[in-house]
Design a binder for this molecule. Structure first.
Ligand code: NDP
Length: 425
């Protein structure tokens, strides 16, 4: 049992996060060292170790200032621009928080401005993001680490509402998981966790991808199909998340997890600087896709989307109104908790079939960079990492559902046997 009463430790036990806070930033740097304009790690057909360009630098004051200007600029827009108001779920103290939602609006302004000044008026060299990628990564790591220290320290103030998972009394574990559930600034008007989850990091991801496209365009005068596909696929994902901002209020990240290093680093450094590996690779190693290869990539993407959207929509519709004619035919398992679990349709094939669809889409994101002979493992980083994330997340949700549903969950598992991939896993 944990010092604060928690019985269950994730992430390799109470001391595991002490290693993770060092390993994850190292992975971000390893991706740059492992694949850059000089050379790229190759596993097959011949094994080749990469080397670092002589000129690469990992820190600059300029990148630090640009990063801070971006973070605080977006924060300022969030505060001054109007936004829809929405209520979060009921908290353990019985209260509900109100959130201001204007992510999509801010993204339209920032991404639109980057597109215009970068590609139309050509006053902005977005390729700077490629040239200063390593320095910006360092800025994001320093900033998210400093934020995590602040979050940890401020969570000890009187009256802070703590997360059930992140207040165990083990400092490394709590620093990682986050002690406080919903830290806020400006007298409670600015929700730090929701802001970091969707604003600077997600938007930064799309902007860095755009910077990579700009670099290729400036150097060659055109864009390869592979660069276009990676940009469009990932832009769609970002836009979808920002457009549906309200949906984040019911996710595990917002309702259950505290705000600590795991989310601060994940949102501000990991997402924008590792998810852009494919686009960065395509600047250094442009890939020209044939029509057949383009069709294959599109087909994989559509397949993934059909599974992802089909499953998520089916569950959302069912949870909103089980008598909706589109879901009323589904077979269900009644539970003592009161809610029903779907056991046919998408949810009869695997208990997290939606994760499988999401992962297939991730494969399609990596394919444009690696289709021609699987040149390097680095462009496939996203789908390798995402598989491990989803496997881990499924275990976390499984644990939560077992607590919620008790023996009904065992009945459900007997009826729907596979976790994520039908007939396989
Ligand atoms: P889910 O949308 O799968 O929701 C899990 C919850 O759904 C369970 O806790 C349970 O809650 C309910 N549920 C489970 N099985 C059933 C069933 N058979 N019938 C009805 N309800 C059921 O999980 P997430 O919130 O983790 O994921 C949401 C989406 O976000 C996914 O598509 C995922 O792929 C994506 N995602 C993307 C990430 C990224 O980094 N890109 C990271 C994580 C997730 P209850 O019964 O209480 O309603």
């Amino acid at each position: 049992m944990g010092k604060g009463g928690t019985q269950h430790f994730e992430f390799f036990g109470p001391h595991g996060p002490a290693v993770l806070v060092l390993v994850l930033p190292a992975v971000c740097y390893a991706l740059i060292i492992g694949c850059n304009k000089e050379s790229c790690l190759k596993l097959w057909p011949e094994f080749k170790l990469p080397s670092l360009p002589q000129t690469v630098s990992f820190y600059s004051n300029e990148a630090m200032l640009v990063y801070l200007a971006w973070f605080f600029g977006v924060a300022l827009l969030h505060v001054i621009l109007p936004g829809q108001k929405a209520e979060g779920v009921v908290l353990p103290n019985g209260k509900r928080l109100t959130y201001k939602l204007n992510a999509f609006r801010i993204f339209l302004i920032t991404y639109g401005a980057a597109l215009y000044f970068g590609f139309v008026s050509r006053q902005l060299d977005l390729g700077w993001l490629y040239d200063n990628f390593a320095q910006l990564l360092t800025a994001a790591i320093i900033f998210s680490s400093a934020l995590s220290v602040y979050l940890y320290a401020s969570s000890f103030r009187k009256g802070a509402l703590l997360s059930g998972h992140g207040a165990t009394g083990y400092p490394a574990y709590d620093f990682w998981m986050g002690r406080e559930l919903n830290p806020r600034l400006l007298g409670g008007a600015f929700d730090l966790k929701e802001f970091c989850e969707l604003y600077p990091g997600m938007m930064g991801w799309a902007l860095i991808n755009l910077g990579m496209a700009h670099k290729q365009w400036a150097a060659t005068g055109s864009l390869t199909t592979s660069m276009l596909l990676v940009n469009v696929f990932q832009l769609y994902y970002v836009v979808d998340a920002l457009w549906c901002e309200k949906a984040i209020l019911t996710t595990m990240d917002i309702t259950t997890d505290g705000f600590g290093f795991m989310l601060a680093f994940g949102d501000l450094a990991w997402v924008p600087f590792t998810f852009t590996s494919c686009a960065r690779y395509l600047v250094d190693y442009p890939q020209h896709l044939s029509v057949a290869a383009t069709c294959l990539v599109l087909a994989v993407k559509l397949l993934g989307y059909a599974v992802f959207r089909g499953a998520n929509s089916q569950k959302d519709m069912f949870r909103a109104n089980p008598s909706d004619p589109r879901v009323a035919h589904l077979r269900t398992l009644k539970t003592e908790r009161g809610t029903q679990l779907i056991i046919s349709g998408w949810w009869g094939t695997a208990r997290h079939i939606n994760y499988f669809g999401d992962w297939i889409m991730g494969v399609a994101w990596c394919m444009p960079a690696g289709l021609q002979g699987l040149a390097s493992v680095v462009p496939y980083f996203y789908c390798i990492y995402f598989a491990s994330l989803l496997i881990h997340r499924e275990r976390r949700d499984e644990h939560a559902c077992r607590l919620k549903y008790g023996k009904d969950w065992d009945k459900y598992c007997a009826l729907v046997r596979y976790r994520i991939v039908p007939y396989l896993y």
